[in-house]
Design a binder for this molecule. Sequence first.
Ligand SMILES: CC(C)(COP(=O)(O)OP(=O)(O)OC[C@H]1O[C@@H](n2cnc3c(N)ncnc32)[C@H](O)[C@@H]1OP(=O)(O)O)[C@@H](O)C(=O)NCCC(=O)NCCS
Length: 198
Amino acid sequence: MATFLIDLSSDDMARRLPDALSVYVDAMHYPRGTEEQRASMWLEHTRRHGWKAVAAVETADDSPSPPPDELQAAPLLGVAYGYCGAPDQWWQQQVVAGLQRVGADRSRIADLMTSYFELTELHIDPGAQGRGLGEALARRLLADRTENHVLLSTPETSGEANRAWRLYRRLGFTDVIRGYHFAGDPRPFAILGRALPL
Ligand SMILES: CC(C)(COP(=O)(O)OP(=O)(O)OC[C@H]1O[C@@H](n2cnc3c(N)ncnc32)[C@H](O)[C@@H]1OP(=O)(O)O)[C@@H](O)C(=O)NCCC(=O)NCCS
């Protein structure tokens, strides 16, 4: 068996959506059934400006260069995607409200919001975590972006003691807002960001 990183077109994502959502639910330890709630949102995201998705797949043999159709059919170990942030997006509206609440001035908000890539999802199947795949997917997703910044949100965790936090800090993400509550979610989140290119 061998592991490869591939890009996913919007058609690929639509075709692989059940598997991609399964990786997401397992990685986040969400209850089964969360997939159905997220499916339409993930599909809607594929139509957003600047959308890009990447995946880690595992082939059955260890050929160093499998044909593209084999890669496109190989089981998913991880998935990541994002898109260009825009003022009509709920996430941007939430982040702007959060920035205003913590007293960020207009120029800081404009600087962050004018040109950013939202790293929306990044998940590795639990059985494949801790091998560097998450970092490799993040780097592939962020390569060649033309936005000025990358922003993301991640659940707060005590002492920043999980793989997601270690990865984001290792990649140079710094705090934008801490302990933020998105509307309708009781969990505190951190908004993190860094300048591009990575
Ligand atoms: C966060 C997540 C995407 C990180 O992906 P990952 O593949 O597990 O982790 P990384 O790519 O950061 O790999 C780093 C780990 O692999 C190890 N590793 C092994 N070989 C490596 C290599 N060639 N390069 C880099 N790291 C390597 C490192 O030692 C490191 O271990 P550590 O975290 O125990 O210190 C993944 O753990 C995950 O899906 N977590 C649950 C879901 C989640 O939190 N998603 C983000 C929500 S915002």
